[in-house]
Design a protein around this ligand. Structure first.
Ligand SMILES: [Ca+2]
Ligand SMILES: [Ca+2]
Ligand SMILES: [Ca+2]
Ligand SMILES: [Ca+2]
Length: 271
């Protein structure tokens, strides 16, 4: 029995070494310094970012292209230009909520082709949280879905539209021992989001009750795991391009927090 366990561990370690994008050296060093705003804010989650004027947080570009994704390493073609696909995000904490704004340049908008669970094949925004910044050891399993290191305060929130133009949330979370996606779950937890199209692409807004994924409260000095990714479909059917804030070149954030960056709230108040 002990020999079996040991050989399984060795095999797991060997496979871990072979999996792309997981070595310590490749872990992202991305950090975003945000802030807690105590003054009243009047952000309406409608996709219009004009209400973010005067919110003094940095605008952070998504610099990394994904080159492959999924179990079989499906190739993802690079976007041809910034007009084809580029994006930036901003975020801040206010009282009980965490706000994220994303601006996307995308030359052709394709929303509403896919059904729940598959909207990563359409134009869509993904926001990732690791509530306590602990990267759980990768657990090797024969089932790919088990090869996840999400724990209970980790989540993927995907913002997408249905064919009627309604915004829906989907994305992975850990329930029991399974990484699954449930329709309406994020909405039922009080998460709200909106998308607004414009001449260059679209903008998205997300509001998350800040206690949901954050076992370390979002207060001064807090650090949590975070990532932002954008899917781009320009000609229908399959996704064409994907970009990421962190160098998650193999598109693994949906099940692996090792590729998340870090969101920092400095220990001192903003001057
Ligand atoms: Ca707004
Ligand atoms: Ca595009
Ligand atoms: Ca597109
Ligand atoms: Ca396509």
């Amino acid at each position: 029995m002990r020999a079996f366990v040991l050989s399984t561990m060795i095999l797991g370690t060997m496979i871990l070494g072979l999996l792309p994008g997981l070595s310590t050296a490749e872990q992202p060093s991305n950090t975003y310094v945000t802030r807690i705003i105590n003054a009243p804010v009047s952000i309406v989650i409608d996709g219009d970012l004009s209400d973010w004027e005067g919110i003094e947080v940095p605008e952070e570009p998504l610099r990394h292209r994904c080159i492959s994704a999924g179990e079989k390493g499906e190739k993802i073609a690079p976007s041809s230009s910034d007009a084809d696909l580029s994006a930036s995000f901003r975020c801040f904490v206010h009282k009980d909520s965490f706000y994220v704004a994303v601006s996307v340049s995308d030359d052709v908008l394709v929303f509403g082709e896919e059904s729940f669970g598959s909207r990563w094949q359409d134009d869509s925004v993904e926001i990732y949280f690791d509530g306590d910044l602990s990267v759980r050891q990768w657990e090797y399993g024969s089932d790919y879905s088990e090869a996840s290191n999400y724990d209970r305060n980790d989540a993927e929130i995907r913002i997408a539209k249905d064919r009627r133009g309604m915004v829906h949330l989907e994305g992975m979370g850990l329930f029991g021992d399974r990484l699954i996606m449930l329709p309406g779950l994020w909405e039922s937890l009080g998460i709200v989001a909106a998308i607004r199209e414009n001449a260059r692409g679209y903008t998205a807004e997300l509001k998350v009750p800040k206690g949901i994924f954050v076992s370390t409260p979002l207060r001064l000095g807090a650090e949590i795991g975070f990532n932002v990714m954008i899917n781009d479909d320009d000609d229908g059917e399959k996704r064409d391009h994907k970009i990421s804030w962190t160098p998650d070149r193999y598109d693994q954030s949906w099940h692996n927090t090792a590729m998340f960056g870090t969101l920092i709230i400095p220990p001192r108040e903003h001057p």
